[in-house]
Design a protein around this ligand. Structure first.
Ligand SMILES: *Cc1c(COP(=O)(O)O)cnc(C)c1O
Length: 396
């Protein structure tokens, strides 16, 4: 068929998305990122950034970024192994490895790339990957690129994980891989039980810690620290693009042999540009700030507690939990979109999430709390949710 027919097909599909309220419309934010942002000329309270500790645009990070730009330049025009490695790249990798108490770390331009380049070099068709059904898209894509047999287990269901461990007994190496915190539901993977099963069946355990690094666990070392199993996790991937300043970059940490092998074989590392020096310099600072940010960690979790109890008392249905991701369950995509629109008019910036980001019929508004939210921000959000929720018949 002609190319015109493909374009016509896409046009019709886009129209269908619009009609069904599934079209992902980008709104512009007309300010830097923060707890308050400017949207359509008005200042609104932001509840949908992954800015958990409020470090996006922290003046110390901005300064470190400027200094890195001055001392190490803008960009390297090279992948790491040709002429794209500077002292600060090695310093940051060392710092990340020490932070997670692992032997080594490898930087990528994003965590999407860290996950995309993780599985294929390590495992082949004699091996197996055991993957939670709700794992992030980047994990799913990474597994697709790998020849290992793929076993999906039901979300956080340890009986089902045991089932796939038994089914995969004949495979050589087995890697259980899971989000440590699931971004749409805000729930933790049952890492202690996963590690127990891994020991029993001689499997490795890997986690994607994007929604926990920096602010979960007593010292911010993520979900594995929070759940008391940091030393039992073999491989951790995470991002510099969320809690740790929010710009860009990702990494994988683990045993020295694993990381060194990735440096030699991981395709997004070998065939994609080095992380720009200003981001590397700022990320070094971000880890320093995280180490010192005990009060910010307390605040983000306290804020989540206050918001959750306020919404529950008002009658909203939440996914239960205690993570700063708070899903307000609404059901239909059109309702979630409408509610987000009305909340914006009340000065509250949230986004409705619908299929395919969440399952059909489970549309929701996902709130993300930040340490930078004040008690007044939270109170204003609660009042707006109650007003809009009543007007749409979501609560009585
Ligand atoms: C955000 C996210 C990623 C992608 O991270 P980037 O660094 O933005 O590519 C990967 N996995 C999970 C679970 C995430 O939440």
């Amino acid at each position: 068929m002609s190319k015109q027919s493909l374009y016509a097909h896409l046009g019709a599909e886009l129209q269908r998305l619009q009609q069904e309220g599934l079209y992902k419309r980008e709104r512009y934010i007309e300010s830097p990122q923060g707890p308050l942002i400017v949207v359509h000329g008005s200042t609104v309270i932001n509840f949908c950034a992954n800015n958990y500790l409020g470090l996006a645009n922290d003046p110390q990070l901005v300064r470190a970024c400027h200094e890195g730009l001055d001392s190490h330049g803008y960009g390297l025009s090279s992948v790491r192994f040709i002429c794209g490695t500077q002292d600060i790249h090695k310093q940051l990798e060392k710092k990340i490895a020490q932070f997670f108490r692992k032997e080594d770390a490898i930087l990528y331009i994003s965590c999407f790339d860290a996950n995309g380049g993780l599985f294929e070099p390590l495992l082949n068709d004699q091996d197996a990957i055991l993957s939670d059904e709700l794992n992030h898209a980047s994990i799913i894509d990474g597994i697709r690129l790998c020849k290992a047999k793929r076993f999906r287990y039901k979300h956080n269901d340890m009986d089902d994980l045991r089932r796939v461990l038994q089914e995969s007994q004949s495979c050589r190496y087995r890697l259980i891989f899971t989000d440590s915190v699931f971004s749409m539901d805000g729930d933790y993977a049952n890492l202690p039980a996963i590690c127990d099963l891994a020991d029993e069946y001689q499997a490795l355990v890997g986690i994607d810690d994007c929604h926990a690094t920096g602010f979960c666990g007593a010292t911010g070392r993520g979900a594995a620290e929070h759940l008391g199993v940091l030393d039992r996790i073999d491989i951790i991937t995470s991002t510099l693009g969320k809690c740790l300043g929010g710009a860009a970059g990702g990494f994988t940490v683990g045993k020295a042999e694993v990381i060194d092998w990735l440096r030699n074989r991981s395709r997004p590392y070998l065939f994609s540009n080095a992380v720009p020096p200003p981001l590397v310099a700022a990320s070094l600072k971000a880890f320093d700030l995280v180490e010192q940010s005990h009060s910010l960690r307390e605040r983000v979790h306290q804020n989540a507690k206050i918001m959750r109890s306020g919404l529950e008392q008002a009658g909203f249905t939440l996914k239960p939990g205690n993570h700063p991701i708070i899903p307000v369950m609404l059901g239909e995509a059109a309702l979630a979109t409408k509610m987000a629109e009305l909340l914006l008019a009340e000065g509250i910036y949230v986004i409705g999430f619908s299929y395919p980001v969440v399952p059909q019929g489970q549309a929701r508004i996902r709130l993300q709390m930040s340490a930078a939210h004040t008690p007044e921000h939270i109170e204003r959000a609660l009042q707006a949710f109650i007003k809009v929720g009543r007007s749409l018949g979501v609560i009585s």
